[in-house]
Design a protein around this ligand. Structure first.
Ligand SMILES: C[S@@+](CC[C@H](N)C(=O)[O-])C[C@H]1O[C@@H](n2cnc3c(N)ncnc32)[C@H](O)[C@@H]1O
Length: 210
């Protein structure tokens, strides 16, 4: 069996992603996590693995500037369209482990469902922490560990979720403090090969750059 690469998968589903995503998780999960991150009102924030702009659309009304980065040109074409009403959003194609930003430039970084596509999740967290100013906040929402092997083939997932202790350790190693990893306000409801939905739990991880 050849597993799809993340890039090939998202190129294929870009035009359907908004509909697919709305079945997986809701605005409530996003908005509760954004509220918990509590970025300052005039913040410059990044959305990593921005996809079609779901998170950026939630951040834009609350932030001074939102910089969205994604490895998929096709997803960003849809994001550009979805986010046309927000002049404070800038989108750029870039890999999450090499963000085209100087060190210590952002007040906040958010990444929803990006980490389980990252080949080196610890390195991805280090890179997100690198671009935060001292006092800046990293907020990740992603899946707790699960056993849906089919998601590797069907959704190009590299990791079947994460142990919260690993997230806490990677945040610490990346120079973050005040770490809090807790349940999100909702689940991920992907439909499996049998046509049944088995909800997966989602965590919200927060850390502040020392
Ligand atoms: C599950 S989607 C989530 C999209 C969006 N955050 C949302 O909540 O709808 C994962 C996104 O991460 C992007 N991605 C995957 N691997 C990446 C990488 N190494 N660097 C940057 N983006 C990546 C994909 O192209 C895709 O848009």
């Amino acid at each position: 069996m050849t597993l799809p690469t993340s890039n090939a998968y998202f190129a294929r589903v870009a035009e359907q992603w908004d509909e697919l995503r709305s079945g997986y998780f809701t605005e409530q999960v996003r908005d509760a996590a954004i509220a918990k991150a509590n970025f300052p009102a005039n913040a410059i924030v990044a959305d990593i693995g921005a996809g079609t702009g779901f998170v950026a659309a939630g951040l834009a009304p609350r932030a001074a500037r939102v910089l969205g980065f994604d490895a998929s040109a096709e997803m960003l074409v849809v994001a550009q369209r979805n986010l046309a009403a927000f002049p404070n959003v800038e989108l750029r194609e870039a890999p999450g482990n090499r963000l085209p930003l100087p060190t210590a430039t952002l007040d906040g970084v958010f990444a929803n469902m990006y980490l389980h596509h990252a080949p080196d999740p610890a390195g991805a967290i280090t890179e997100m922490a690198r671009v935060l100013k001292p006092g800046g906040v990293l907020c990740l929402t992603d899946l707790d560990t699960h056993d849906h092997e089919w998601q590797r083939e069907q959704m190009a997932d590299l990791w079947l979720g994460f142990e919260r202790d690993d997230i806490r350790r990677w945040f610490t190693e990346a120079g973050l403090s005040a770490i809090d990893v807790d349940c999100a306000e909702g689940t991920c409801n992907a439909c499996g090969p049998e046509g049944t939905v088995e909800p997966l739990s989602i965590f919200v991880a927060l850390g502040r750059k020392v």
